[in-house]
Design a protein around this ligand. Structure first.
Ligand SMILES: NC(=O)c1ccc[n+]([C@@H]2O[C@H](COP(=O)([O-])OP(=O)(O)OC[C@H]3O[C@@H](n4cnc5c(N)ncnc54)[C@H](O)[C@@H]3O)[C@@H](O)[C@H]2O)c1
Length: 252
């Protein structure tokens, strides 16, 4: 299988309709040992992911709040302790808030940056020494179309800015760690049918879909497919890239 002998940490995999959950399931079903993590991760959730991936007992659940560096370090340490290596980190944890610029106060801005950007930094910082020592690793960070087009679909300016930071962080890691065999890539999804879209009215959704060349929403599995490519040796010469999974919503 594509990911035989791979150990993958998938953070943000605690929401059954979410991208991280789908990625954890897809990686496990392609042979990886998966550490599924989320602020709301439970043994039941990890078992459900495992069952949906064929029930190979390949999924271990570990709770982690990515805003806390000590949690991120403990997550990586536990994965290492259990499996002896970490081949891939997928960071799909994130929050969104759809408010106009004038309504973004200090607290809202810091919270958004704390989870989406600092949380991504914390996870990367925790896993990079391990990958550098191994001489191998793949980091996949979830950014957003909002970072490329300046928000405007789902999420305010603080969300778009936090995801822009994720893009820059990912490219910098790719440049700095390429010589050690570590790849880092970002995925920019848009309009993927998960809980994140629940706040959008049907009317607003339809207006957005009318502008998408493929004329539909994306699925979490379609983003997970891009993760599978980047996690495996199929994407072995891909680093510093931004992969769009947006139905043509933004064509460069
Ligand atoms: N759904 C979309 O259309 C879309 C579009 C662009 C980008 N994204 C990005 O993709 C990623 C996944 O989004 P999704 O749609 O699956 O959302 P989701 O809400 O279903 O999943 C996000 C997960 O992150 C977890 N999380 C939140 N804060 C956390 C923290 N502090 N520590 C650990 N876990 C935390 C949540 O518990 C949740 O399980 C996010 O980064 C999001 O910004 C999604």
């Amino acid at each position: 299988m594509l990911l035989d002998n791979h150990v993958c940490i998938v953070v943000g995999s605690g929401s059954p309709r979410g991208i991280g959950y789908a990625a954890a399931r897809m990686l496990a079903s392609h042979g990886a040992k998966v550490v599924a993590s989320d602020i709301q991760m439970t043994d039941d959730l990890a078992e459900a992911i495992d069952a949906s991936a064929g029930g190979r007992k390949a999924v271990t659940g570990i709770a982690c709040d990515i805003t806390i560096m000590a949690h991120c370090e403990a997550l990586v340490a536990q994965a290492l302790d259990r499996f002896g290596r970490v081949d891939c980190l997928i960071n799909s944890a994130g929050i969104v808030e759809s408010i106009p610029f004038s309504a973004i106060d200090d607290r809202a801005f810091d919270r958004m940056m704390g989870v989406n950007l600092k949380g991504t930094f914390n996870l990367c910082k925790a896993v990079l020494p391990v990958m550098k020592t191994q001489g191998r690793g793949s980091i996949i960070n979830m950014s957003s179309l909002a970072a490329q087009r300046g928000g405007g679909l789902v999420g305010g300016a603080h969300y778009a800015a936090s995801k822009g930071g994720v893009l820059s962080l990912t490219k910098s890691i790719a440049r700095e760690y390429g010589a050690f065999g570590v790849r880092a890539n970002a995925i920019c999804p848009a309009m993927i049918e998960t809980e994140m879209l629940d706040g959008l009215s049907g009317e607003r959704q339809k207006a957005i879909i009318d502008q998408i060349p493929l004329r539909r929403l994306g699925t979490a599995d379609e983003v997970a497919g891009a993760c599978l490519f980047l996690a495996s040796d199929l994407g072995g010469f891909v680093t510093g890239a931004t992969i769009d999974v947006n139905g043509g919503n933004h064509i460069h």
